[in-house]
Design a protein around this ligand. Structure first.
Ligand code: UD2
Length: 315
């Protein structure tokens, strides 16, 4: 019987958490509906018990949660522009699916649910760094749906006494992130494109900034969140990031060095629902989890470019 369930196990973050747990010899179950997850991401995870299932179906949630102690809920449609194009789809697969997971987890006697929150919850506030005491101010349908999931986590902790922990991820990147969709994260797209000699498109003036967080840091935070003392972490929201930021223009220049790309970017209209600047205050995760970033941005980017250079991520 699996001890851990990972939703979105065929996605970039889910498969990375699964790999870390399996490397520790843990028993892991994964569930994915392959809307954005990839079968190729399951390679190397053969010891994981895998269920193909959709979290919008309560019966699939029940099957996934049976006998499990801890759930890492990573499944989502993770894209601001996708949510602008299809707000109902994002709501269904982010908000409704999260409620279904919580209901099934409670029925199955799951002890703890760790949730993949999003920095988009903060919205476009000028205050930097963003800290958890700030009022959420979501501006895209994606941000609203992910924030609804956070509130459900907190409500289940308060009214049912379930242990729930929200990790608010800031722009996660790294190996296994899908570069092939129009909705892919910017670094995956840029790495793959620039390695192929294609000029990247920058939406806006390129001076928007992000606290880009390498995947190993996010995996580290999840493993800590699974074992941290419930009296300290249950019902809490914690930024999961590095506490530093770079602009897209700076990132482009670093990527030119790493990939050998010699062209110029194409500048296009800013994207609807976009945030200008994003930077995390990570003190709460440091204090409550003992979290600290393991890999900085440049090192993470180097490893990521290497991974795409080896032709991984293509299907
Ligand atoms: C949001 C969240 C992030 C995560 C993600 C979904 C914020 C600050 N971050 O990321 O935490 O939840 O959604 O996985 O809300 N861009 C280009 N060219 C491209 C693609 C993107 O210039 O080809 C720009 C885009 O306009 C934006 C930046 O790059 O300014 C980052 O875009 P993204 O889609 O990678 O992530 P973002 O910030 O919407």
């Amino acid at each position: 019987m699996a001890k851990y369930l990972i939703t979105g196990a065929a996605g970039f973050i889910g498969r990375s958490i699964a790999a870390a747990l399996l490397a520790r010899g843990e028993s892991v179950r994964g569930v994915d509906n392959f809307i954005t997850g990839k079968r190729a991401n399951l390679i190397g995870l053969e010891k994981m018990e895998f269920l193909e299932g959709d979290l919008t179906r309560p019966e699939d949630c029940a099957r996934a949660c049976a006998g499990v102690e801890v759930v890492f809920h990573e499944a989502a449609l993770a894209s601001v522009p996708r949510s602008v194009a299809d707000p109902a789809g994002t709501h269904l697969h982010c908000a409704t699916a999260t409620l279904n997971v919580l209901i099934a987890a409670r029925q199955a006697g799951v002890r703890r649910v760790v949730y993949a929150g999003s920095s988009s919850a903060y919205g476009d506030t000028p205050t930097l760094p963003k800290h958890e005491e700030m009022l959420p101010n979501p501006i895209s349908p994606y941000a609203v749906a992910k924030l609804a999931g956070e509130h459900y986590m907190q409500a289940f902790a308060r009214v049912y006494g379930m242990e729930t922990v929200v990790l608010r991820y800031f722009n996660v990147f790294g190996p296994h992130q899908d570069p092939t969709s129009q909705y892919s994260g910017v670094l995956a797209k840029f790495c793959r494109g620039m390695l192929a000699g294609e000029p990247p498109t920058i939406f806006g003036d390129g001076e928007q900034s992000r606290d880009f967080t390498y995947i190993d840091n996010v995996v580290h935070a999840n493993l800590l969140a699974a074992v941290a003392d419930a009296s300290r972490v249950s019902g809490q929201v914690m930024n999961t990031a590095t506490g530093s930021r770079v602009t897209l223009n700076q990132t482009f220049r670093i990527l030119c060095e790493l990939t050998g790309f010699q062209g110029k970017p194409v500048y296009a209209e800013p994207r609807a629902g976009d945030i200008r600047d994003s930077l995390a205050d990570i003190h709460r995760a440091e204090r409550l989890l003992g979290y600290g970033p393991l890999v900085n941005f440049e090192e993470g980017l180097k490893r990521t470019v290497e991974w795409y250079r080896q032709g991984s991520g293509e299907e």
